[in-house]
Write a protein that binds this ligand. Structure first.
Ligand code: GLY
Ligand code: MN
Ligand code: MN
Length: 439
């Protein structure tokens, strides 16, 4: 736990970010690091912008997540410059005057026009320019040097105490939303109504959540990233699978809960997945290869399929033959932070690839866990028609209790997802702690 004041924690965080930048620049032979927040993007042939989000490398430095046309210009051993776009605008609410613990750490130059940013860029030297092409300033084409980005991305896996504080706060927002969503499910709401109550309780609008909420009633839970929110209430409320997040100052949470309606078979399935999920969370320890956790998850879920009489095969051959992948076709989880699926889940410090285990194409994390990392642990078991039809037509069809599968398919599937912080000691389950605080 961080015992520093929030302002002190931010100062320490920025010092860490600058140290990382120093090394990254040295590795690439650059004198300056220039990072754009990005520009608003318009829909094609339209004057309506997509919701703007500042670029992750930009918001790693300071909590400006909705500010377009800003730049950080950093030169080692100098106070970083922030070109801060603050137009005189009456169509939209312009950004407020800079405020917060970060302000004193930047040399802030206010811009009335985005083009003025160029006046605050370094006059000479080689610059690593981290930006999308459309943010380019004349003479400052983004080059996004691989060696610089690889280093910065790799180190973003190690959260500072400041970042962990924000992530804990994001969890509390998400937990409040999930409690409200469950009530809305019990009350017979539609997916759209459940989503609305989630957002109100989490303190978010639909456009500022870190990813599109997945709010799936009944069979819809079998679509892993189900993207609709049906307006109509279904005739029956058998199950709710809700995968919904929240964010604080650019740091995300990503929480999934699954609720049933009292059906004994589905309740047993939810309880069994949750039991294994908690077991896996307790294995988030320094020195553990995340790939081994993923494979352990397959073995545990094979045990569930067997114990509940869904598949009659021994656990090892169920994993070996890929039968578990019919029911669990995604990875155990991923790093999380400034992005829900955070960067560098597969990279070593030099940017080299740490491969996924063969036959597991969707795993998003292959690194060995170390203190400071935060990962999701999100096992699931689903009844996905397109995958089940392949199992039905394959050599292991006879091992499956299809009547049971048909019954459970009406509930879609189960996923339980928490964020876990790897420490020097026991893991910290950020999500469970947040729910416990609400209880
Ligand atoms: N919400 C997407 C995921 O769990 O990875
Ligand atoms: Mn996730
Ligand atoms: Mn999720």
């Amino acid at each position: 736990m961080n015992s520093r004041s929030p302002a002190g924690a931010y100062a320490d965080h920025l010092a860490t970010v600058m140290r990382r930048a120093d090394v990254a620049l040295e590795r690439g032979g650059y004198d300056h690091l220039l990072i754009a927040s990005g520009i608003e993007k318009m829909r094609f042939l339209d004057d309506t912008p997509y919701p703007f989000k500042a670029s992750p490398p930009f918001k790693a430095w300071l909590p400006l997540t909705r500010h377009a046309h800003c730049w950080i210009a950093y030169t080692p051993d100098r106070k970083p410059v922030l070109a801060y776009y603050q137009p005189d605008d009456y169509w939209h609410v312009p950004p407020a005057a800079p405020a917060g613990a970060w302000v004193e750490h930047f040399d802030i130059r206010v811009l009335a026009d985005p083009a003025e940013a160029i006046d605050h860029m370094p006059a000479s030297g080689r610059a690593a320019i981290i930006a999308e092409r459309d943010a380019a300033l004349p003479g400052f084409e983004p080059n996004n040097p691989r060696v610089v980005l690889d280093y910065l991305h790799y180190h973003r896996a190690y959260k500072t105490p400041y970042e962990l504080g924000l992530m804990r706060r994001a969890q509390r927002k998400g937990a409040r939303g999930h409690v409200a969503a469950r009530q809305a499910f019990i009350g017979g709401g539609s997916e759209a109504q459940i989503n609305a109550l989630y957002l109100a309780a989490a303190g978010h609008s639909d456009s500022d959540v870190p990813y599109g909420n997945i709010v799936a009633l009944n069979e819809n839970g079998a679509t892993l990233h189900y993207q609709y929110k049906a307006m109509a209430r279904p005739a029956e409320h058998r199950s709710l699978l809700i995968d919904a997040g929240a964010e604080v100052d650019g740091y995300a949470c990503d929480i999934t809960r699954t609720w049933g309606n009292g059906d004994a078979d589905f309740s047993a399935l939810v309880a069994a997945v949750e039991h294994e999920q908690q077991g896996l969370c307790s294995m988030v320890r320094a020195g553990v290869d995340y790939r081994d956790l993923h494979l352990a998850c397959h073995r545990r879920l094979a045990g569930v399929l067997r114990e509940l009489g869904i598949v009659d095969m021994d656990a090892a051959s169920m994993v070996e033959t890929g039968v578990t992948s019919t029911f669990f076709p995604h990875g155990l989880g991923h790093p999380i932070g400034l992005q829900v699926h955070d960067v560098a889940g597969f990279s070593d410090e030099q940017g080299g690839l740490i491969p996924r285990p063969e036959g597991h194409p969707y795993l998003r994390m292959t690194r060995t866990l170390e203190p400071g990392m935060v990962v999701t642990i999100e096992p699931g078991l689903y009844f996905i028609p397109t995958l089940l039809s392949k199992l039905w037509g394959g050599p292991h069809a006879d091992a499956v209790d299809w009547a049971k599968v048909e019954h459970l398919a009406k509930f879609g599937g189960v996923r339980i997802e928490d964020e876990v912080h790897c420490t020097d000691d026991d893991p910290e389950n950020l999500t469970r702690d947040a729910f416990a605080e609400l209880a």
